[in-house]
Design a protein around this ligand. Structure first.
Ligand code: PLP
Length: 398
């Protein structure tokens, strides 16, 4: 008899969190590690948001709330979806959870059964396949190409569809590539979802972090038929530098949202009352700080992409959104350092951490081994230093 369930035995810990933990423990030993590992803004949560939380505490707003979020926050989310996405939702079509990850988890639990297939384009956010597996369904990974800006093609998508296809996971802008789908791309995907009758889980958590005037569109806004089949997964973590506050949300059909609410009522109950009040301010208060953060990210993106593309043998797609770059380092696979061969993205990430003292996340964790993921949600100074170190370390490979 096993002590652990087969579910727990089959589950790997989140690799991004593991890398950050290793980098932090090296830092605690006094080693100066430059970390490109973290998936969180280096900025502090804006003052107006903090003040809303302090006010909530002082006013004693510290008790259980409605399981799926307070009406005030649901209304702020509804207002945001109307303001930014021209989408109309009712309170019963919105659920607040403990972070975007929790939103996706609840959704997977509510929507998927044993035997269902869920199409996930690679490179994908590390947590999608495990959460689909935890719900008993089968992830169907479809590759995308660097030449296609890491976007699925209608042909690639059609090839993956079977009678068991229950949903497609779409993440635009994407973690880890920073690629984003245009309205035209989304129209083609929507057509296929409607004709083949599957759901689209649209993870829009990086919506506000876009560059060069890119116009974000939610696939749900392309018409009533696709809206019915779409569940938007969103959250305040990335846009408002609120990763620790743990507020995510979903918008979709009442039937699905109500089932998710039941699951949440029997597991976590409500997300933190104080964070909910802070999130109201984040969503409908001043958006000035967001503009400042995005413009800092844009500068860093330009710098890091240029630097990476200058390194011999490295190619790096210029992201449209989010705060990650996903350079191709496969040119260096097969080389050796002190007799040890670098075979893949994990070996190279280990080499960067051990030799250059730079933390990156191996591409294999995102389903794309030729690459490494670097988050540029860190200071310009660290970016300069980190890329210098990577460049130097690569020269030591023979
Ligand atoms: N979706 C994507 C694509 C992400 O990158 C993340 C965080 O890394 C999340 C969802 C979840 O964010 P959180 O649970 O912090 O709200």
């Amino acid at each position: 008899m096993f002590i652990l369930s087969s579910r727990a035995r089959g589950l790997k810990p989140s690799p991004t969190l593991a890398i950050n933990a290793k980098a932090k423990s090296m830092q605690a030993q006094g080693i100066k590690v430059v970390s490109f590992g973290a998936g969180e803004p280096d900025f502090d949560t804006p003052e107006n948001i903090k003040r809303a939380a302090i006010k909530a505490i002082q006013e004693g707003f510290t008790k259980y709330t409605a399981v799926g979020g307070i009406d005030e926050l649901k209304d702020a989310i509804i207002q945001k979806l109307k303001r930014d996405n021209q989408l109309t939702y009712k309170r019963s079509e919105v659920l607040v959870s403990c972070g975007g990850k929790h939103s996706f988890y609840n959704l997977a639990q509510a929507l998927f059964d044993q035997g269902d297939e869920v199409i996930i384009p690679a490179p994908y956010w590390v947590s999608y396949p495990p959460m689909v597996l935890l719900a008993g369904a089968a992830p169907v990974i479809i590759g995308t190409r660097e030449e296609d800006n890491f976007k699925i093609t209608p042909e690639g998508l059609k090839r993956a569809i079977t009678p068991k296809t229950k949903a497609l996971v779409l993440n635009s802008p994407s973690n880890p590539t920073g690629s984003a789908y245009t309205k035209k791309d989304l129209e083609r995907i929507a057509e296929i979802a409607i004709s083949s009758n599957f759901f689209v889980i649209s993870d829009e958590i990086y919506e506000k972090i876009v560059y060069d005037g890119f116009e974000f569109r939610s696939i749900a806004s392309l018409g009533e038929e696709i809206r019915k089949r779409t569940i938007i997964v969103h959250g305040v973590a990335k846009t408002y530098a609120m990763t620790g506050w743990r507020i995510g949300y979903t918008a979709g059909s009442e039937e699905i949202i109500s089932a998710m609410n039941n699951i949440q009522s029997q597991s976590t109950s409500n997300p933190t009352s104080i964070s909910q009040k802070a999130s109201v301010e984040a969503l409908i208060g001043s958006q000035d700080e967001v503009k400042k953060m995005v413009s800092a990210f844009a500068q860093r993106r330009n710098y890091i992409v240029d630097r990476l593309n200058e390194i011999e043998g490295v190619s790096c797609y210029k992201p449209i959104g989010a705060f990650y770059v996903f350079p191709n380092f496969s040119h260096y696979y097969g080389r050796t350092y002190q007799g040890k061969k670098i075979n893949n993205s994990t070996d190279l990430a280990d080499f960067f951490l051990d030799v250059a003292k730079v933390a990156v996340v191996p591409g294999v964790e995102f389903g794309a081994d030729p690459f490494e993921r670097l988050s540029y949600a860190t200071s310009m100074e660290d970016i300069r230093e980190g890329i210098d170190r990577i460049e130097e370390a690569l020269k030591r490979l023979s």
